[in-house]
Design a protein around this ligand. Structure first.
Ligand code: FAD
Ligand code: NAI
Length: 471
C-alpha cells in the first residue's frame, strides 16, 4: 500500500464479514483495501471453521454409512478402511480452492489485499505489520473492523491443539482418539464430536444445560436429536458442568459436577475438546489509540448502522453483537457498505437460519416453543415426520420431523424447526417464508414436487392450521 494514498474504505480482517464487504465495496466503485494477517482469506469460516468441518462431516458420514448402512440397500462392500491422512487432504483441497477463489474475486473487484496485522494508529490510519516482513500504513476515510472471534479457553486447561483441543485441533487430529471428552454440547461439540465418533472414538459430551444444541434449538427437537446421536454411539451428560481439568498426565482428567451442585465425577480422556463458545477477537488492534472500548463480553459496541462512537469506523461479523454465523457476517458486510454508499441497508435479524450439520441435520429459523411460551405468545404447532414422507422412505433415511409454529390468531409463521435429512437446505424455504411474512397456509398451498423431502415441509405447514394428508 502506498502510504500517501487514502482509501475510501479500509477493512481490518479478511473473514466472511470483511471479504464480503471488500468485494461489495469494490463493486460499488470504492477504493478499498482489506488487511488480513492469516496469510489466507476467508477467516475462521473458510480456513478452520465451516468449510473444513463440513468436509470432515460429509466424509466421516460416508465412511460411517458404508460401515453400517449398506447391506440392507443391496450393496455389499469388502474391507472398509479409514485413511485419515487422505480424508484430511480432501478437506485441505476444499479449503484452499475456496480461499484462493476469494483472492481471485478481490482482483476481479479491484480490492487491494494487504497481508499483515493491522492496528489503529489514529482514527484514520492503520499501521500494518506485514507477514513478509516490514511495515506499512494505510489511511481510510472509512474503516471497518471485522476481526472475528476465537475459541473461549477453559480455565486451567492449556490448549495445545493435540491433547486439549479447540475446533481448530479437532479438524486436524492425526489419529482417531480412543476416548474423547467434549466440554460443551453446543454446535461445535456436536458437529466435531460426531466426526470423531463416526471415525471410531468413544465420545462423551458434557453439557451444562438441560438440553444439547444451545438455547436456540427447540427443546423437543433437541431431545429427538440427542436420541439419534446417542443411537450412533455418542454419550451425553446433561445438566453437568465441568469444574476443572488436569492435563499434566498422559491422559486428561476432567472433573464434573451436577449443574445444581452435588454429584461429582472424574472423566478420563486422551483428547479433550473445549467447545464452550467463542469470544470476540480484538487483541493487538490498537483500540486504545482511538479510545474505543468493548463491552463485558468483549464485543465492540455499535449502533443500527454498524457505527462505533467514531462514526466513520464500523464493526461487522463475530466481533460485534448477534449470532456468530458466517451468513450473518456476510449480510452485515453487504449492509454496512450499503449504509456507506447509499445511506440504507438491510439485515433481518429475526430471520437468520441456524444449521447443525450432524446426521441427521438440525435446522431452524425464527422462534422456538420455549421462547414463545416464555414470552406468553399464543401459538399453534404443526409437525410432520419424515417416516411418513415418500422420498425419505425411498432413501431409507426417515429419522426426524419438520415442525412449524405459527401465531394462533393470524397463522403467521413464527418459527420452523427441522431435524432430518437435508434440513440445512430445506430451512431456506422456511427463512424465505418468514422474511415474506407468510402464513403456514401460504406454504401449504404452494405446490411442492413429488417425491421430495420438501413435501414433509409442506405437510407440516398444513398440519399447523388443518390436518396433514399423509399422517
Ligand atoms: P472471522 O471469520 O473470524 O475472520 C476474522 C479475520 O480477521 C481472521 O481471518 C483473522 O485472522 C483476521 N484478523 C483479526 N485481527 C486482525 C488484525 N488485527 N489484522 C488483520 N487481520 C486480523 N458459521 C456458519 O454460519 N456455518 C457453519 O457451518 C459454521 N461452522 C463453524 C465451524 C467451526 C469449527 C467454527 C469455529 C466456526 C463455524 N462457524 C460457522 C462460524 C463462522 O466461522 C463465523 O461466524 C465467521 O467466520 C465470522 O466471520 P468474521 O468475518 O466475523 O470473522
Ligand atoms: P455454543 O455457545 O454453541 O455452545 C457452548 C455450550 O457449552 C453451551 O451449550 C454451554 O451451555 C456449554 N458450556 C459452557 N461452559 C460449560 C462447562 N463448564 N461445562 C459444561 N458445558 C459448558 O458454542 P460452540 O459450540 O463453542 O460454538 C461457538 C460458535 O460457533 C457457535 O455459537 C456458532 O455460532 C458457531 N458455529 C456454528 C456452526 C454452524 O453454524 N453449523 C458450527 C460451529 C460453530
Amino acid at each position: 500500500a502506498s502510504e500517501a494514498e487514502e482509501k475510501d474504505l479500509v477493512i481490518i480482517g479478511g473473514g466472511v464479514a470483511g471479504y464480503v464487504a471488500a468485494i461489495k465495496a469494490g463493486q460499488s466503485g470504492l477504493k478499498v483495501a482489506c488487511i488480513e494477517k492469516r496469510g489466507s482469506l476467508g477467516g475462521t469460516c473458510l480456513n478452520v471453521g465451516c468449510i473444513p468441518s463440513k468436509s470432515l462431516l460429509n466424509n466421516s458420514h460416508l465412511y460411517h454409512q458404508i460401515l453400517h448402512d449398506t447391506k440392507n440397500r443391496g450393496i455389499e462392500v469388502g474391507d472398509v478402511k479409514l485413511n485419515l491422512q487422505t480424508m484430511m487432504k480432501a478437506k485441505e483441497t476444499s479449503v484452499s480452492g475456496l480461499t484462493k477463489g476469494i483472492e481471485f474475486l478481490f482482483k476481479k473487484n479491484n480490492v487491494e489485499y494487504i497481508k499483515g496485522t493491522g492496528a489503529f494508529q489514529d482514527e484514520n490510519t492503520v499501521a500494518v505489520n506485514l507477514i513478509d516482513g516490514g511495515e506499512t500504513s494505510v489511511r481510510g476515510k472509512n474503516i471497518f473492523i471485522a476481526t472475528g472471534s476465537e475459541a473461549t479457553p477453559f480455565p486451567g486447561l492449556t490448549i495445545d491443539e493435540k491433547k486439549v483441543i479447540t475446533s481448530t485441533g479437532a479438524i486436524a487430529l492425526q489419529q482417531v482418539p480412543k476416548k474423547m471428552v467434549v466440554i460443551g454440547g453446543g454446535i461445535i461439540g456436536l458437529e466435531m464430536g460426531s466426526v470423531w465418533s463416526r471415525l471410531g472414538a468413544e465420545v462423551t459430551v458434557v453439557e451444562f444445560l438441560g438440553q444439547i444444541g444451545g438455547p436456540g434449538m427447540d427443546a423437543e427437537i433437541a431431545k429427538m436429536t440427542q436420541k439419534m446421536l446417542a443411537k450412533q454411539g455418542m454419550k451425553f451428560k446433561l445438566n453437568t458442568k465441568v469444574t476443572k481439568g488436569d492435563d499434566s498426565g498422559e491422559s486428561v482428567k476432567i472433573n464434573t459436577e451436577a449443574a445444581k451442585g452435588g454429584k461429582e465425577e472424574i472423566l478420563d480422556a486422551d483428547v479433550v475438546l473445549v467447545a464452550i463458545g467463542r469470544r470476540p477477537y480484538t487483541a493487538g488492534l490498537g483500540l486504545d489509540n482511538i479510545g474505543l472500548e468493548t463491552d463485558e463480553k468483549g464485543r465492540l459496541v455499535i449502533d443500527q448502522e454498524y457505527r462505533t462512537k467514531i462514526p466513520h469506523i464500523r464493526v461487522i461479523g463475530d466481533v460485534t453483537f448477534g449470532p456468530m454465523l458466517a451468513h450473518k457476517a456476510e449480510e452485515e458486510g453487504v449492509a454496512a457498505v450499503e449504509y456507506l454508499t447509499k445511506g440504507y441497508g438491510h439485515v433481518n435479524y429475526g430471520a437468520i437460519p441456524s444449521v447443525m450439520y450432524t446426521h441427521p441435520e438440525v435446522a431452524w429459523v425464527g422462534q422456538n416453543e420455549q421462547e414463545l411460551k416464555a414470552a406468553g405468545v399464543k401459538y399453534r404447532v404443526g409437525s410432520f415426520p419424515f417416516s411418513a414422507n415418500s422420498r425419505a422412505k425411498t432413501n431409507l433415511d426417515t429419522e426426524g420431523i419438520v415442525k412449524f409454529i405459527s401465531d394462533a390468531n393470524t397463522d403467521r409463521i413464527l418459527g420452523v424447526h427441522i431435524v432430518g435429512p437435508n434440513a440445512g437446505e430445506m430451512i431456506a424455504e422456511g427463512t424465505l417464508a418468514l422474511e415474506y411474512g407468510a402464513s403456514s397456509e401460504d406454504v401449504a398451498r404452494t405446490s411442492h414436487a413429488h417425491p421430495t423431502l420438501s413435501e414433509a415441509f409442506k405437510e407440516a405447514a398444513m398440519a399447523t392450521y388443518d390436518k396433514a394428508i399423509h399422517y
